[in-house]
Design a protein around this ligand. Structure first.
Ligand SMILES: C[S@@+](CC[C@H](N)C(=O)[O-])C[C@H]1O[C@@H](n2cnc3c(N)ncnc32)[C@H](O)[C@@H]1O
Length: 202
């Protein structure tokens, strides 16, 4: 919003929306438009077309059925303008599933003071333990999305190009991390036909 974008913040949790609203006020005096909605039927509760949908914070991992994942991506696709983009991140579950987990804590989300790590992992469940400096411990169950699987789902719902970054670096970049903590997928809706002309011309 500080950059001049019109923003709508959507979450299924009223507590999270209240926090987002508070952050908007605190950082620039913005009145953030918040909508309590489930992504799986987003178009029912949020109307309009958007240039971008940003789904960060390893949020997509909370959907446990493939049906829900496909429906959510289809809802995101439908809400975008013809040349809109979806930006969606996820933990590097491939590394965790393949026994290669070593969080650098360089990137989001808990800071260095929180000890976060997988307690159990199989192809259907990643259960993380979060230990806080005051001794409190919390657990979170997540679906372990493999990178190629997420990319495939995005393409299957209609996204034309999906670029995936590892900890904000392109995968072919020499100084990119060997085992990133997070992947960020940038999925483009714009259709470019074989001749490079027509509706989808860039
Ligand atoms: C790890 S938090 C990230 C929150 C925020 N995006 C951020 O980056 O700080 C994941 C969020 O996803 C929300 N969420 C999970 N499933 C959802 C669904 N089906 N519809 C809407 N929100 C959902 C949860 O309520 C939670 O606030």
């Amino acid at each position: 919003m500080n950059e001049g974008f019109e923003v709508v913040s959507v979450d299924g949790s009223a507590t999270m929306l209240a926090k987002a609203f508070e952050n908007g006020l605190e950082h620039g005096g913005h009145i953030l438009r918040t909508v309590l909605a489930d992504w799986r039927w987003l178009n029912r509760d949020v109307h309009g077309e958007f240039d971008a949908i940003i789904c960060l914070g390893n949020s997509f991992t909370h959907l446990f059925s493939e049906h829900d994942r496909r429906k959510t991506l289809a809802e995101f696709y439908a809400m975008l303008k013809h040349d809109g983009v979806l930006v969606l991140d996820q933990r590097n579950y491939d590394a965790i599933l393949d026994g290669d987990y070593e969080s650098s804590h360089t990137y989001y989300y808990c800071g260095k003071a929180v000890d976060a790590g997988p307690e159990h992992v199989d192809e259907g469940l990643a259960r993380f333990r979060y230990g806080f400096p005051d001794g409190s411990v919390y657990h979170l169950n997540m679906f372990p999305l493999r990178k190629e699987y997420t990319r495939r789902l995005m393409q299957e719902v209609g996204f034309q190009r999906v670029e995936t970054y590892g900890d904000f670096q392109k995968s072919d970049q020499e100084d990119g991390p060997d085992t990133p903590d997070f992947f960020v997928h940038v999925a483009e809706k714009l259709y470019v036909d074989d001749e490079g002309d027509g509706q989808g011309e860039r």
